[in-house]
Ligand binder design. Sequence first.
Ligand SMILES: Nc1ncnc2c1ncn2[C@@H]1O[C@H](COP(=O)(O)OP(=O)(O)O)[C@@H](O)[C@H]1O
Ligand SMILES: [Mg+2]
Length: 332
Amino acid sequence: MESLGAVRKIIGGYYMDEIKNKFWAVGGGKGGVGKSIVSLLLGTSLARLGNKVMLVDADLGGSNLHTLVGIRYPKHTLADFINKRVETIDEVVMETPVENLKIICGADDILGMANPKYTQKTRLFNHLKRLDADLILLDLGAGTSFTTVDFFLYAPNKIVVLTPQITSIQNAYGFIKASLYRQLNETFGKDENAAELIKRAGNSVQGEAIDSISKLYDSFNALGEEYQQKMLQCIDNIKIKLIVNMVKDAKERNVGNIVKSVAKNYLALNLEDLGVVQYDNVLGSSINNMAEFLTKRRDSLASVNFYEMASNIIKNYLKPATACPPVSSVNR
Ligand SMILES: Nc1ncnc2c1ncn2[C@@H]1O[C@H](COP(=O)(O)OP(=O)(O)O)[C@@H](O)[C@H]1O
Ligand SMILES: [Mg+2]
């Protein structure tokens, strides 16, 4: 039987369309690693490079993105949309201090909001799709709740933020694993035989019979080739990019390789590097006044890192219509 790696090469390819470029989710499993900062500063750089960017605070249990853009009491939030107090999502969009950068503020004030129902999520995604934006950045909460993982899986461009801390590395891997198994469950959920094998693999510990995706793939052989094909497609659609944040020295720049190697060995996922963000004292001490940081500290370490990352995203992922303007016209 062909190995998992060999068959994946045959399937190859990835469908590019407008939605693929538009949706970006920023997750990472652990709180405090910089998911919201990444959403905000990456969004700011992308906006300054000429893209219409929408920040969506999808941390439904602990939203605070609005505070970071200087909005103390949001007039409209995602809760207004989810609870149908407004007809369309445009009605909850708010301005930020940065031109081209808008925000949909989070909603942790409503009981049960952290776990919206399937129909609520579907309505939300349908409306988000139609928003007038080149790029939508979903800032996710910590943990691996179904809602957080579903937001992550919905976005074709998936960013995982981690820091050099060992706990962050572990949580980043745990988040990626939870996402992959959630996707496999969604794909095969109604099929009891497949679901049983996925469950065994998802719960197994190293050394047990099915302790990796490649062994799960082999075990799917008993169910039929079409199961294996479907599984490969499912895995190949999960494209994850890593950002290592709060890096203090050259050694720490490489911690992404640890997650990449474990994800390759146990989950058959090839993670990409999106970039590294240095630990930035100016940013750390500006957290209570990010509006000023955004306008006055474009030369800080992290600001420069995000500007470069945004330029690469534009070059590598966005369509020519939203490409970077000539350098001479860009005022960093
Ligand atoms: N590159 C960095 N350098 C210094 N401090 C940072 C950096 N990135 C994030 N921080 C700080 O870490 C804290 C947590 O960031 P936040 O984006 O709220 O994390 P999360 O959204 O993952 O919970 C903030 O106080 C922020 O100022
Ligand atoms: Mg956050």
